[in-house]
Design a protein around this ligand. Sequence first.
Ligand code: SAM
Length: 234
Amino acid sequence: NLSRRLTAVASYIPKSSILADIGSDHAYLPIYAVENGLAKAAIAGEVADGPFSAAKSSVTAVNLQNVIEVRKGDGLAVIHDSDQIECITIAGMGGALIASILSAGKDKLTFAKRLILQPNVAAHFVRNWLVDNDWELITEQILEEDGHIYEILVADRGEGKKPYAQMEKELFFGPFLLKEKNPIFRKKWAREKKEWERIYKQLEKAEATEAIREKKQELLRNIQWYKEELSDET
Ligand code: SAM
């Protein structure tokens, strides 16, 4: 049974897509996508030996070798123009890593119309990359599973539209998530705020170097944003 997190990621794959799942590990996502008609063909990309072998075994076990090709390589390097990949999923990594994979593989996005990205942390790196590279965020989802809170970002190739009024803050929280402010979103940021305050207190005790001053500024800004958007007291 596919996790709720990956099922949610898969739900944004347009029906019958040609899919690339990057950092596929056991290839659970492309297998599910093919078995459910979301993908008509898929590539499972993996950079590491163990997960690469695991992906190969899973695909063979369900006898889908003709439809899902497991390739070894770094990020989008496993994609070739001749694959005509339409949809790319990258799930279960940090936001900074996802953004760097996309940056390094920009020329692999020729046929891509949709990106579904699920950063475990620091989603704002991914949103910033999308805005800077003319991808339009079309929806976001936040969900909790086994005590972890996950965000899913769905983007379509845009025409450089930048639809967010307060860019920085919206890209930090996520424009769709910020509008909705559902209980999981509130829980996530309440946790984060506690952490920011804890770190701030620690830094108060540290020597005030330039880097520390900058970090403290950033934490204060985050706490301020939290108060503006999520504090119950007025
Ligand atoms: N996508 C699956 C999921 O969401 O359950 C697996 C997530 S797993 C935590 C992250 C996987 O990404 C690992 O198997 C790792 O080897 C792979 N990975 C990390 N960096 C990568 C890169 N640059 N290119 C391809 N795969 C990468």
